[in-house]
Design a protein around this ligand. Structure first.
Ligand SMILES: Cc1ncc(COP(=O)(O)O)c(C=O)c1O
Length: 507
């Protein structure tokens, strides 16, 4: 019986993956197996880390998690392989991962998609070249811009002012930017966004490749897309050159466990490898690496089944939330109507009709219902689901919202984001601002005419009003003062209130 079942699972593993991803030997977990067999041998450790297979871990933690897990926390030696120069089980695990996603190479990352974004930009662009990139890209992209010395060409995302949903780069916007800046070396797109909104990556890839440009995709929130036909097309299937995924965000890898996929004729993989190696620790956590191996194995075997259930449960919860009086949940049909797609496993719940802010509702969910959402702003809650979410979790969320639906406070808030179209002028390369110049803090109004040495990003909507290297204008200061008065949080501000801004001082 057991044999029958494992043969069936193996066959599933061979069939899994969208668009016929080959699954040769996908029932193996070479890195996890190596670590488990090493742990069983109870080797006397004269290597780092100092806790020595968990023996040195204080009982405050050990009594809760046990000591076994720490036996997987080893260092680089031939048996377990080296992340920076893999020749053994890490190499095999990366090859299986690449096979599963149908790409040429996969590199394991132990500092999340953050390090992957930096590596993608540094691999694709050299100092003085330019990169087309959406202005609301994750903050890690600024690190990539600074370290590569590239000139960013910003694409302004469209904002739905009532829903506070950002629409990242559409094919039309990218085409326009490519026509206006034919010298751009590459295009950087985030899809799906934090809200699960996916752009038409296939069209964007075609636009880029017809002009010999590289397409880099931040797919931090889309490691699962490859494994189900009812989800938006994954960046690897769309033909992107480099793709970053946080395997830990939606699949079962441990936090930080992420990957960078390479699938390009336009760039040398050894350059990508050298850059990743430059950015990563020499002491990677092997449990995190093994969890990548296992997450891939799990998805190749059971992915379709797990996602079938998850999508069904999310759609059901979405439907129930949309029956409520004051809460609404973003739907795929709405997004498709606007030329985008939606990852059904993300629940973006609008709260404006309740009279409360998203932060208020989030606090109530935490305090009164023991539910923690991933993020909340003035308008929305973002509930992220994953392979570990089950129906009862979603039932709990719906039940809590059903109760909260009855406690409306006063009139519905009619919050509308009046975002002025601020014209910005990039006068210095962000790398020069960071590396060559000192900076100083000056009162907001006195900063007019100076060059910003910091990013300032109001939430909502999460689009920076200033980027290092841009000129501070009276119009921008007026807007920042207005945000200050309305107590809108501005990421990057250095005190409770946004009274000063850091500007470029001397060489
Ligand atoms: C769109 C996007 N890209 C990249 C990242 C960074 O991912 P990680 O936390 O894996 O470093 C995040 C994190 O939330 C994100 O939302």
């Amino acid at each position: 019986m057991a044999e029958k079942k494992s043969a069936k699972t193996r066959r599933g593993r061979e069939k899994n993956g969208k668009n016929g991803a080959s699954a040769q030997n996908q029932d193996k977990t070479p890195l996890l197996d190596t670590l488990l067999s090493h742990a069983k041998r109870k080797v006397v450790s004269f290597h780092t880390p100092g806790h020595k297979n968990g023996r040195g871990i204080d009982k405050k933690l050990a009594s809760y998690v046990g000591r076994e897990i720490f036996q997987l926390d080893v260092t680089v030696f031939p048996e377990v392989d080296s992340l920076h120069d893999p020749t053994g089980p890490i190499k095999k695990a990366q090859e299986l991962f690449a096979h599963a996603y149908g790409v040429e190479k996969t590199f394991f990352l132990v500092n999340g998609s953050s390090v992957g974004n930096m590596a993608m930009i540094m691999s694709a662009c050299r100092p003085g070249e330019s990169l087309i990139i959406s202005r609301n890209s994750h903050k890690s992209t600024l690190g990539g811009i600074v370290m590569s010395g590239v000139w960013p060409i910003w694409v302004q995302p469209t904002v739905d002012q009532n829903l506070d949903i950002l629409f990242d780069s559409s094919p039309e916007q990218i085409e326009q930017a490519l026509k206006r800046f034919p010298e751009a070396k590459a295009v950087f797109v985030t899809s799906p966004t934090y809200n699960g909104v996916a752009t038409n990556l296939k069209r964007i890839a075609d636009l880029c490749h017809a002009r010999g440009k590289l397409l880099l995709v931040d797919e931090a929130h889309g490691a699962h897309l490859k494994f189900h036909p009812s989800l938006p097309m994954s960046a690897v299937d769309a033909g992107a050159d480099l793709v970053v995924q946080s395997t830990h965000k939606t699949l079962s890898a441990i936090s930080q466990g992420s990957v960078l996929h390479f699938n390009s004729k336009l760039i040398d993989p050894s350059r990508v490898k050298r850059i990743i190696s430059m950015l990563q620790t020499t002491s990677p956590n092997y449990a995190t690496l093994a969890s990548l191996d296992l997450a891939r194995w799990q998805m190749m075997g059971e992915g379709r089944k797990i996602l079938d259930k998850l999508i069904q449960n999310c759609d059901r919860a979405r439907g129930q939330i949309n029956q409520l009086k004051d809460f609404t949940c973003l739907t795929r049909a709405t997004m498709q109507g606007r030329g985008y797609d939606l990852d059904a496993t993300k629940l973006t719940i609008n709260v404006t009709r309740t009279g409360y802010s998203g932060q208020d509702i989030s606090e109530m969910l935490t305090k009164d219902y023991n539910i923690q959402v991933d993020a909340a702003d003035l308008f929305n809650l973002i509930a992220i689901t994953g392979t570990g979410t089950d129906r009862s979790d979603l039932d709990r969320l719906v039940a809590a919202l059903t109760e909260l639906d009855k406690i409306k406070q006063g009139a519905a808030q009619n919050w509308v984001l009046n975002i002025p179209s601020l014209s910005t002028e990039l006068v210095m390369n962000p790398r020069d601002v960071f590396l060559l110049y000192r900076s100083k803090r000056v009162p907001l109004r006195k900063a007019i005419g100076h060059i910003s040495a910091q990013p300032l990003t109001p939430y909502p909507p999460g689009i920076p009003v200033l980027i290092p290297g841009e000129r501070v204008t009276a119009e921008i200061v007026d807007y920042l003062e207005d945000l200050n008065e309305r107590a809108v949080r501005v990421s990057g501000q250095e005190a409770e209130e946004l009274k000063t801004v850091r500007v470029v001082a001397t060489h």
